[in-house]
Design a binder for this molecule. Structure first.
Ligand code: ADP
Ligand code: MG
Length: 263
């Protein structure tokens, strides 16, 4: 069971002048194997919510359950992929992928088999002895994904993982991610500020409000896959979700104008 339950989660950060209410009363039920996108303008609390799911931070109040168990810190059942490829620069690609398995004390034969399988699956075989600096951005993100898959994490948390990639590489990785998701039945929570990306990927797109971060709308994306971004239904959803995001972006810039005015 790899459901995620988020109950009445609040996150308040203490600031110099005033506290920031980053998340306010977030309630979400994510089913096992669901693909969820968290969408909203910068500063609306997407990373904060993801970090709370990962167990990197503790919510000020409320609770989070993963597979029915309270999250009280990071765990191997919840793998994280960051925007900036958090790879070890001094390790080869192969060792980067194997690292978590070594830490977990798996035996060498098992590690070799698993790493070999993932290198093949993510088309990284020719790069196994290379270092992260030798790889393109898209390749490095493949390694970051392989590292999470190596641990068999049933939950994958992704914070704008393709944000720094060009459009073509991004689409390729989106398609690969969908394949992996289907094959492994992973529960995915994927943060993005791209409306199109969320509609291309998600079963449900959670549009968040800007400060405090709350759930503005939970939009079901009931389109068959593979999805066609030029289809009328795709574009209808894009407009619907785009309108919601625009409202929050507007509130964002209004709030910034107010802050600037007060200074
Ligand atoms: P997003 O990922 O949607 O861009 P974040 O979750 O990073 O948004 O941030 C939400 C809000 O919380 C922002 O106003 C940000 O400045 C604030 N914030 C995030 N982390 C911290 C922190 N560790 N300390 C203080 N404020 C923070
Ligand atoms: Mg963020």
């Amino acid at each position: 069971m790899t459901t995620i339950t988020i109950e009445a989660v609040n996150q308040i950060f203490a600031g110099d002048k005033e506290n920031v209410i980053a998340l306010s009363d977030i309630n979400l039920e994510i089913a096992s194997g669901e693909f969820i996108c968290l969408l909203g303008p910068s500063g609306c609390g997407k990373s904060t919510l993801l970090n709370a799911l990962a167990g990197f931070i503790r919510p000020t109040s409320g609770r989070i359950l993963a597979g029915g168990k309270p999250v009280s810190g990071p765990g191997p059942e919840r793998g994280m992929v960051f925007q900036e490829y958090a790879l070890f620069p001094w390790m080869t690609i192969e060792r980067n992928i194997a690292f978590g398995l070594e830490i977990a004390g798996r035996n060498k034969a098992e590690i070799d088999e698993r790493v070999g399988f993932l290198l093949n699956m993510l088309k990284l075989q020719d790069f196994r002895q290379r270092y992260p600096k030798d790889l393109s951005g898209g390749m490095r993100q493949r390694v970051a994904i392989a590292r999470v898959l190596a641990l068999d994490s049933p939950i994958m948390l992704m914070d704008e993982p393709f944000g720094a990639l060009d459009a073509l590489t991004r689409r390729n990785l989106q398609d690969e991610l969908l394949k992996i998701w289907k094959q492994f039945g992973t529960t995915i929570v994927f943060v993005t500020h791209s409306i199109e990306e969320s509609i291309y990927l998600a079963d449900r797109t959670i549009v968040m409000t800007y400060r405090p971060g709350t759930v503005k709308r939970d939009v079901a994306i009931d389109l068959p896959r593979p999805r066609d971004p030029s289809a009328p239904e795709f574009n209808r959803l894009k407009r619907e979700v785009g309108e919601l995001v625009m409202q929050e972006q507007q509130r964002h810039s209004d709030a910034e104008l107010m802050i600037a005015g007060a200074e």
